[in-house]
Design a protein around this ligand. Structure first.
Ligand SMILES: Cc1cc2nc3c(=O)[nH]c(=O)nc-3n(C[C@H](O)[C@H](O)[C@H](O)COP(=O)(O)O)c2cc1C
Ligand code: SF4
Length: 614
């Protein structure tokens, strides 16, 4: 995978990934041998392995199936399909079957929301478009002992439905064309072209690319690094998958252009573990470009222009998409976001000045180098220039990839993808925004609605409380645990959702949820915690009835059965009269479907004290 020596400490994660692929899990003896070989403490190996979802310190099934758990997978029946497969194969969800042959579980979105429900086989193969018939056929193949490599090819078919192409998804340019255009001028000219094109990063934060590259180029050292963030962990996003498959030359050309502009010799692609099935294709493209003189030594015949790229695999941790966590992971450690400053542009991979950019951003760079900054700047809005690719999924007739100029209204995308009567759209995944129907005139651009690329449509029948609850579960699971507000806050949020879902919610719980979003937004160390409450915030604001119809009371309602908890006290005191039970007054009676006051309106009635009898 990587060009670095295998015994080198920075290769630890890659060695563990390889061991896991070989053995199916990480047996203690194999870990001990690896620790000796790499001269690292065993505890470090265990600590790193324990962080990543795809690495297992205990045996898992020899065949491991993970159902993608994007919200659209759920809406298309993934939970029932998983239950069906578990029943057919006699295994409980999340458990290893008694014979050790298989385990079936869920994982977060695997980047196939446009052709789900889908699942991941042994972290390296996918099955798309699951339905009851496919599940039954799969169960049969497994029971017959057919190995995954021999399963029908159509099960593994991944289409790239490009529904609307513009400059990025149009016909691929000849490999080397953008490079030839840029090499006519010094590297600094390319940075200036990116500045006048006003290119913003496409990974979510929308930071000006030229500023990042300038800061990196200004560092007084000779070695710099170019990193491509191909982690694409935001649920519902799959545009990088398409670019990696349809436009890999544009991506690698963009990285090579960065190397030219910065004088970098070393490039790294961080490929999410869920996309391991893309690895062979990408390795082939790298090899082809090396053979064509477009990578390696003296690129395009220029003595001294030496640059090559290695691919590192992630192992199932969403937070590793955050650029400093990604660098930690690239250095073989747990993906915990770094304290910043210093920023990667001065202290990145192994302390070297590093630019980290998204897959789509590098493709934009290649376009600007080839076609010029003016053409790019003429597309889009004043602040957000060029085009943006949207990964459209959910309740629409034509899910897939849609590339539009930035500034395109949500309504236009909905019309094009055949979404009828949508009640809301999640723009930018769970960490983005949930846009209600009355705001469909809003435009996707930095000035209005920024987006990392996901566009998930919710039709009239969808329960937006469950959508927000799903997001809360996701963040609670993915929090790296480094800082308390996020570690505790995301879990408290998820459990509070559970309480409301279980029918024990009150107005008090909604207030508590609102306070949690404020806490997360204001005191989290990285963007994961900061955005963890966004779905809750937006749905509570725009779809409040979805919460209210579940509330039991305006009063405080405990998350457990208080009366039952008092049964022991009743037994001890020998009381069996009605007064020994919690009183049920009129104000405590279930008030389901009652319209609650808006958050800022005066609360009425005031909570009544409850009489608790022993
Ligand atoms: C929790 C979290 C996850 C992220 N995941 C990704 C990701 O999967 N891909 C990505 O390009 N950027 C992701 N980012 C943004 C990166 O930190 C960073 O801003 C980006 O890679 C910079 O590239 P760009 O300037 O080209 O957008 C994530 C940020 C956070 C806080
Ligand atoms: S905000 Fe969450 S994910 Fe980010 S560093 Fe803190 S605990 Fe980790």
């Amino acid at each position: 995978m990587s060009a670095a020596p295998a015994g080198e400490p920075g290769q630890l994660l890659q060695r563990l990934v390889a061991l896991q692929a070989q053995r199916g899990w990480l047996p203690p003896a194999a870990l001990e041998a690896l620790a000796v070989e790499m001269a690292l403490p065993l505890a470090e190996l265990r600590g790193v392995a324990g962080f990543y979802r795809f690495l297992h310190l205990a045996p898992v099934g020899r065949l491991r199936l993970l159902f993608s758990d994007h919200v659209s997978d759920r809406h298309q029946g993934a939970p029932a399909l998983m239950a069906r497969l578990c029943a057919r194969l006699g295994v409980a969800p999340g458990q290893v079957r008694a014979d050790g042959a298989l385990s079936i579980d869920r994982c977060s979105c695997i980047g196939l929301a446009d052709q789900g429900p889908s699942l991941l086989v042994n972290h390296g193969q996918v099955i798309t478009r699951l339905d009851a018939a496919r599940i039954d056929a799969l169960a049969q193949a497994i029971e017959a002992g057919l190995p995954p490599a021999a399963w029908p090819a159509e099960w593994q078919q991944v289409d790239e439905p490009v529904r609307r192409a513009d400059v990025l998804l149009g016909a691929a340019d000849a490999p080397g064309a953008a490079l030839a255009a840029a090499l006519a001028q010094p590297g600094s000219a390319l940075i200036e072209a990116l500045a006048s094109a006003r290119l913003l990063g496409r990974g979510g934060a929308g930071y000006p690319v030229a500023d990042k590259w300038r800061a990196c180029a200004a560092q007084p050292v000779t070695e710099r690094v170019v990193v491509c963030n191909a982690d694409e962990g935001e649920p519902g996003t799959f545009k990088d998958r398409t670019l990696l498959r349809l436009q890999p030359d544009a991506l690698i050309e963009g990285m090579t252009l960065a190397a030219w502009a910065l004088g970098a010799r070393h490039g790294l692609i961080y490929l999410r573990g869920e996309y391991r099935w893309l690895l062979p294709g990408l390795q082939q493209v790298l090899a082809r470009r090396r053979a064509a003189g477009l990578l390696g030594a003296a690129i395009a015949g220029r003595p001294g222009f030496d640059f090559d790229i290695a691919i590192h695999l992630g192992a199932g941790a969403y937070v590793c998409g955050e650029e400093s966590a990604l660098l930690e992971s690239l250095e073989g450690r747990r993906g915990v976001p770094r304290i910043r400053p210093p920023y990667p542009s001065s202290h990145g991979w192994r302390g070297l000045p590093t630019v980290v950019n998204n897959v789509e951003t590098f493709c934009c760079v290649a376009q600007i180098a080839l076609r010029g900054a003016a053409r790019w700047a003429a597309i889009g809005t004043a602040r957000a220039t060029g085009t943006k690719i949207h990964s459209v999924s959910g309740d629409c007739a034509r899910p897939g990839l849609y590339e539009y100029p930035l500034g395109t209204p949500v309504a236009r995308i909905l019309a094009d993808c055949g979404a009828v009567d949508a009640q809301a759209v999640q723009v930018g995944g769970p960490s983005g925004h949930c846009v209600p129907a009355r705001d469909f005139g809003r435009r996707i651009a930095q000035e209005d609605l920024p987006s990392a690329g996901a566009f998930t449509v919710f039709g009239p029948g969808r329960d937006l409380f469950e959508v927000a609850r799903h997001a809360a579960d996701f963040f609670a699971h993915e929090s790296c645990g480094f800082c308390t507000p996020c570690r505790v806050g995301t879990t408290l949020m998820a459990r509070r959702f559970d309480k409301i879902a279980a029918g024990s919610g009150s107005r008090h719980d909604l207030d508590a949820l609102r306070s949690l979003t404020e806490l997360l937004g204001s005191s989290s160390h990285c963007g994961l915690g900061a955005s963890a409450g966004r779905m809750l915030h937006d749905t509570l604001r725009h779809h409040r009835p979805a919460y209210e119809q579940r509330l039991q009371s305006l009063q405080f309602v405990p998350g457990f059965d208080l009366d039952a908890e008092l049964s022991q006290a009743r037994a001890l005191t020998g009381r069996h009269d009605a007064g020994a039970h919690l009183a049920t007054r009129e104000t405590d009676v279930t008030r389901k479907h009652e319209v609650m006051p808006e958050p800022d309106a005066p609360t009425n009635p005031q909570p009544q004290p409850q009489r608790i009898a022993p």
